[in-house]
Design a protein around this ligand. Structure first.
Ligand code: ZN
Length: 149
């Protein structure tokens, strides 16, 4: 278990230090802005959609290691997914972060499971889900800044 936890920490650190898909996207089909006042994390999420499928996704922002790594891993997980699959992934990711492990039978989230340990730190759950809440706002075309409060 220790090895696995170290591996997860390494993955999070790697995505924090070298975030994937961190760039402004122009032109863009969908965009939303998110803010987590508890930690000070800020993020912009950009989406390119064709026929209800995420063709490209990127983010910009400044935040802690957890929020940045989560945004980076999220962008990797979403390319090619339909809106429906994206919503499903978000609810499973949210469950991973908020439900006891024993009750979580089917996470099947690949690299996103690296965030399972965040469950023990409720304040950090908001950091880990900020990018996802912002993504959801972008999909629903909300134009107000999303906050985790
Ligand atoms: Zn944070």
């Amino acid at each position: 278990m220790t090895d696995l936890r170290d591996l997860y920490q390494e993955l999070i650190l790697d995505h924090y230090k070298r975030p994937r898909n961190r760039r402004r996207m122009e032109p863009v089909d969908r965009h939303a802005e998110g803010y987590n006042p508890l930690c000070g994390d800020r993020i912009n999420v950009y989406l390119k959609m064709t026929d209800g499928v995420v063709r490209d996704v990127s983010f910009e922002g400044s935040g802690c290691a957890i929020s940045t790594a989560s945004a980076s891993l999220m962008t990797e997980a979403l390319k090619g997914k339909t809106v429906e699959e994206t919503r499903d992934l978000f609810s499973r990711f949210h469950r991973l972060l908020t439900t006891e492990q024993s009750a979580n039978q089917e996470p099947d989230l690949g690299k996103l499971e690296a965030f399972a340990g965040v469950r023990q730190f409720p304040v950090r759950v908001k950091c880990a889900t900020l990018a996802w809440h912002t993504l959801k706002a972008a999909l629903e075309q909300q134009h107000e800044t999303v906050t985790t409060e």
